[in-house]
Design a protein around this ligand. Sequence first.
Ligand code: ADP
Ligand code: RBF
Ligand code: MG
Length: 156
Amino acid sequence: MRHLTYFCCGQVVRCFGCSSTQLVIPTANFPLQVVDNLAADIYTGIYYGWATFGSEDVHKMVVSMGWNPYYKNMKKSMETHIMHTFKEDFYGEMLNVAFVGYLRPEKNFDSLESLISAIQDDIEEAKKQLEWPEHLKLKEDNFFHVPKSKIMNGHC
Ligand code: ADP
Ligand code: RBF
Ligand code: MG
């Protein structure tokens, strides 16, 4: 398993819209290209960390990376739920995320309720662990505060 912190970014794309309608937990999806280009030693599973886009503050987040066994997805996906209430959707934005810690592997569930309840537990655990001083200080990392054009020629 790779040493965290792992930084990555990608454009928020439209998926099936199932997360907000069925789960009441919206997740910002990355394009398949970005998912395929993640480091090979980033294991699938549930991570927590920090995320931001545009001029937003850096917020707590949880990421699900993998095959979503509950939905039997054929394609690998990476989806980020940000623990913040936004006034509007942010499709098309360049989302910057830092994976800070690993919570658990993806699981199958026998009901939607148990999937939702597992995600809610992940969110609570993430909120707690992100309060650790060594995790809080990552909010100030240059990755979130120096324009990408200055450090990576506009690529991320
Ligand atoms: P999709 O299937 O298109 O990913 P979702 O139902 O998962 O749709 O909703 C995700 C979208 O909702 C995001 O792309 C983003 O534009 C918006 N959104 C609003 N609030 C949040 C949030 N707190 N975390 C993640 N996405 C959010
Ligand atoms: N999907 C699964 O099939 N199994 C999981 O264990 C699982 N855990 C998740 C944990 C978090 C924090 C989030 C945000 C999503 C998780 N999902 C999981 C993905 C969920 O199924 C997904 O949001 C829907 O498939 C809609 O795309
Ligand atoms: Mg989604």
